[in-house]
Design a protein around this ligand. Structure first.
Ligand code: ATP
Length: 507
């Protein structure tokens, strides 16, 4: 099912007589234009309350200048006249927590649901506009969240042309217009205007040289959101010891991304993403970073912990914003770290906590419908509590399981980390001996062993690192298979039963 547009969704709820809609938006102007159009199509009258203008009727005439509480009192005392009305309350952020307001909203919603003979009012709806979603529990059952549309490329093109026109300039050539619109995608109407104004002030013109500035604006937007983090990476596939199946698979996907337009034309489906599950410290995060380098794309990390807000609707708002920002920054890699933090507990068929279930639904829909080239790399340790829908084929292009490194991989990991620190000593180290002494070590353990050995050799005044230094460190350390014995065994069993694709080649 394709995602509904704002108008379609709004009309659906209007038809079904939903009492209160909450639109999360920074762009009241655009949303109000949409609502007025819907109202005129449906022969509804629009009454608006805002902090600055008070409560105004369909002709813009002032009904009352009062605060939201006063305006709600006014509406409640004339509720029978509200038939066929859409009542919009603008900029309600920070006001709903006041119980004097939420109790009135609740009363209003109750009246909208009552039959007329019992004092209710039909064909009326209330719409709350605010840039953040914080719905008090008291009114939660009456409120439905809907999201504004992200401006499409065609709409952005129209805005660019209009902006240039207003500044006495001709529309740019179609190819330039298309590139600019794609770069501006994901920004709001106001942000687009500001960015264009900045470009004009800087260069006196708007052209390709403005693209870096547009990207910088987007980065700022991402930083401000606090949910996504732009990660700069130096890691490459060569820094990963082993995981050959996973690396080869990623390199193929990178090729498709690199030549996306030709691939699409050829009939290739643009890859959606990969889930990498497995043992801690075995290179999952490292792979996400190396993927960004291989794809030659920016890496955005989504912090699931931060996304989970404590207010009703807040997490969904955050998720929506994060996904919109991802789209805005595409092409990019979206790294969802610790996927299980957000989605564990959602059961088959949608059971589990209401918020996580809805959040999960939003995410799945996005994964399914996204058309922008954003490649998702999700990483998880514990997949036992992840909803089965997520693990079903088709959500991710592939799910890989990362096991503790096998002997051939331990060899490679030792080589990577010794080469990084003591390249000249590498030929003299008997890596075979190290490999046979490190059964049950994860990649992070092996890196730790090398790091410590190099320090030991230095402190004891040696000119070079020797096999014996490393063996000594190994004797003093305990691998993850010992320190987390039970958890590791449980995970190994889980992965075995789920029959996931192994990231490593058989040794
Ligand atoms: P967690 O699930 O605990 O987040 P992870 O699987 O994401 O763990 P990483 O953060 O990728 O593990 O690994 C930690 C460090 O261990 C890496 O930065 C890297 O230095 C080293 N390491 C782990 N696996 C490998 C590997 N296969 N090759 C080279 N280095 C590795």
């Amino acid at each position: 099912m394709a995602k509904k547009s704002f108008q379609e969704e709004f009309e659906l709820y209007l038809k079904a007589s939903f009492p209160i809609l909450h639109v999360e938006t920074l762009e009241n102007g655009r949303i109000m234009r949409g609502i007025r159009k819907i109202a005129s199509d449906w022969r509804r009258k629009v009454t608006v309350w805002s902090r600055h203008s008070g409560l105004r009727d369909k002709d813009g005439e002032l009904i009352t200048e009062r605060s939201l509480k006063g305006a709600l009192d006014e509406l409640l005392s004339h509720v029978s006249e509200m038939e066929n009305h859409i009542i919009v309350l603008e900029d309600v952020e920070g006001l709903l927590d006041d119980t004097e307001i939420s109790s009135r909203l609740r009363r209003f919603a109750e009246l909208l649901e009552l039959p007329e003979e019992e004092g209710g009012v039909s064909d009326a709806m209330m719409v709350l506009l605010s840039p953040v979603v914080r719905i008090p529990r008291e009114i939660e059952p009456y409120v439905t969240l809907i999201s504004e549309d992200i401006l499409g490329v065609e709409e952005i093109k129209r805005q660019v042309v209009q902006f240039l026109g207003e500044n006495g300039m001709d529309p740019p050539a179609e190819a330039l217009l298309e590139t600019l619109a794609n770069a501006l995608c994901g920004l709001s109407e106001i942000e687009i205007k500001n960015t264009l104004a900045l470009a004009l002030t800087e260069g006196g013109d708007i052209d390709l040289s403005d693209l870096p500035m547009i990207r910088a604006q987007k980065q700022q937007m991402i930083k401000k959101s606090g949910i996504l983090e732009m990660i700069s990476t130096n890691e490459s596939m060569a820094d990963i010891g082993g995981l050959e199946n996973l690396k080869a698979w990623l390199m193929d996907k990178a090729k498709v991304f690199e030549d996306e337009a030709r691939a699409r034309k050829y009939g290739v489906e643009i890859p959606k993403g990969v889930l990498i599950a497995g043992m801690p410290g075995c290179g999952k995060s490292l792979t996400a970073k190396a993927a960004a380098k291989a794809f030659n794309l920016p890496l955005m990390r989504m912090d699931m912990g931060r996304l989970m807000g404590k207010y009703v609707g807040e997490s969904e708002g955050n998720m929506r914003r994060a996904l919109a920002l991802t789209e805005a920054s595409s092409p990019c890699i979206l790294w969802i770290d610790e996927l299980e933090k957000a989605f564990s507990g959602v059961q088959a068929g949608g059971g589990g906590s209401e918020i996580t279930t809805r959040l999960f639904g939003n995410f799945l829909t996005w994964m399914q419908e996204k058309t922008s080239p954003a490649f998702v790399v999700a990483t998880a340790n514990n997949i036992s509590n992840l909803p089965p829908e997520l693990l079903r084929k088709g959500r991710f292009d592939e799910i890989f399981y990362v096991d503790l490194p096998n002997p051939a991989e331990r060899r490679k990991i030792f080589e990577v980390h010794i080469r990084k620190r003591r390249k000249a000593d590498l030929p003299n180290i008997a890596i075979d001996r190290l490999v046979s002494e490190t059964e049950g070590y994860c990649g992070a353990d092996l890196e730790g062993v090398v790091r410590e050995s190099v320090e030991r050799a230095f402190v004891s005044g040696k000119d070079c690192l020797e096999t014996e230094d490393i063996l000594e460190t190994i004797r003093d350390t305990h691998p993850i298979k010992e320190t987390m014995k039970d958890a590791i065994e449980r995970m190994a069993q889980e992965y075995e039963t789920k029959k996931l694709r192994n990231a490593s080649k058989k040794s």
